[in-house]
Design a protein around this ligand. Structure first.
Ligand SMILES: NC(=O)c1ccc[n+]([C@@H]2O[C@H](COP(=O)([O-])OP(=O)(O)OC[C@H]3O[C@@H](n4cnc5c(N)ncnc54)[C@H](OP(=O)(O)O)[C@@H]3O)[C@@H](O)[C@H]2O)c1
Length: 362
């Protein structure tokens, strides 16, 4: 029997870091063809859910989509902060009134994800775009676990968005052609997922926040690829992962003061949140995206679409192309988020799906 891979080989690891360094040094050059802010078409026909829209990239995504006329649902853990932002945006906006609402969502609680999805699906309204933007990178912090028992990076960056995407499928199908946009990261190139140790507790690899973050981002790409493959073209739901670039946001809040200061000193290299929002906005609105996703679906082994910070399609990491591990990540994820293995097929057929979390079993 072939020996199980225990981590990235050093050549893969080195190549991964070269991608990260290249993005940091050259993102402004490779994205120089893009306007800032990105020009958006009128979007009054779209309803979009944006998670984590009280800060950084998500805040920009929500504001710009709303100003282009979309109906925005800010899915946030701090509704008060979201309402304050809506007041600010409305006060400085001179067009038609912004159509934004706020719903509570805490990704550290899978119960909260189910409650959110049930409340949204109960409206029987179409959903055109789900933007899974919220994420954490608790740099330098010790390992932490959610109340559901999962390593926090894995839960917030991968498990909870995966559960949200699947539970919202009925609304996304109602809104088809629709899109699931996952704000991923170039850091997935240095990630490795050990499907026997998704919580990084076995001690096989020493835990660090870098390990937690990069493996959660790679798990998201792998899961998205299988989801993309399982969704038939007729369902009309496209799955895209995007890299926003290296962006100056609150994600650096846990960095040592001196590194945060360095962040401010190198504005040439680092994108503003507005610049970092472009790949997600592009993927959410460009008319060619569904066609590109369909093209990838026809591949023998289609990985999902991955749009880089310069709004061009790119290949996710070599590890993300591992068919075997991607299916293991799929199965393991469904098990962890409490869904049956045929959840997607059942939802497509319009059947009910029971989740271990939330109030569905009450
Ligand atoms: N900045 C970068 O260089 C960079 C690079 C690659 C990828 N990304 C990705 O971009 C996405 C956005 O990050 P950002 O840079 O804009 O960081 P940010 O400014 O820290 O924003 C993250 C957002 O996620 C929300 N969030 C965190 N934990 C949550 C939870 N448990 N439940 C619900 N919402 C939660 C935060 O809510 P609060 O406002 O309540 O804290 C915040 O709105 C993340 O997925 C990140 O991994 C960022």
């Amino acid at each position: 029997m072939a020996k199980r891979k225990q981590g990235l080989g050093w050549i893969e690891w080195l190549r991964g870091w070269m991608y990260v360094i290249y993005e940091m040094l050259f993102q402004r050059i490779t994205a120089s063809h893009l306007h800032n802010p990105l020009e958006l078409p009128p979007l009054s026909d779209l309803t979009c859910i944006v998670t984590g829209s009280t800060s950084g990239i998500g805040r920009e995504i929500a504001r710009q989509l709303a100003e282009a006329g979309a109906h925005i649902v800010m899915a946030v853990r701090n509704p008060k902060a979201a309402h304050e932002l809506i007041n600010q945006w409305s006060a400085s906006w001179h067009g038609l009134p912004l159509n934004i609402e706020v719903m509570q969502l805490d990704l550290l609680s899978l119960d909260s994800v189910v409650t959110f999805a049930n409340a949204w699906n109960a409206r029987l309204a179409p959903l055109h775009v789900l933007i899974n933007n919220a994420g954490i990178f608790s740099i330098g912090e010790p390992q932490k676990f959610s109340k559901d028992g999962f390593e926090e990076h894995m839960q917030v960056n991968h498990l909870a968005p995966a559960l949200l995407s699947i539970l919202l499928l009925p609304s996304l199908i109602r809104g088809s052609p629709s899109r699931i946009i996952n704000v991923n990261s170039v850091m997935h190139y240095v990630g490795f997922v050990d499907t026997e140790d998704m919580n990084a507790v076995s001690g096989k690899r020493k835990y660090s926040s870098l390990l937690g973050y990069t493996s959660s981002k790679l798990a998201q790409v792998m899961f998205s690829s299988v989801l993309h493959k399982r969704l038939p073209v007729e369902a009309g739901v496209n799955v895209v992962c995007v890299s926003p670039g290296i962006v100056h946001t609150n994600v650096a809040r846990d960095l040592p003061r001196i590194v945060q200061a360095a962040y401010h000193l190198i504005p040439y290299f680092i994108f503003s949140a507005q610049e970092g929002s472009r790949s997600a906005l592009f993927s959410a609105t460009d008319p060619q995206i569904p066609e590109y996703c369909e093209l990838l679906k026809a591949d023998e082994w289609p990985v999902c679409a991955f749009i880089s910070q310069d709004c061009r399609p790119t290949n996710p990491s070599e590890e993300a192309h591992s068919v075997e591990t991607s299916f293991e990540v799929w199965e393991k994820t469904l098990e962890m988020i409490g869904l049956p293995s045929d959840a997607v097929e059942r939802l497509i057929e319009g059947k009910e799906v029971k989740c271990r979390y939330g109030t569905q079993n009450d």
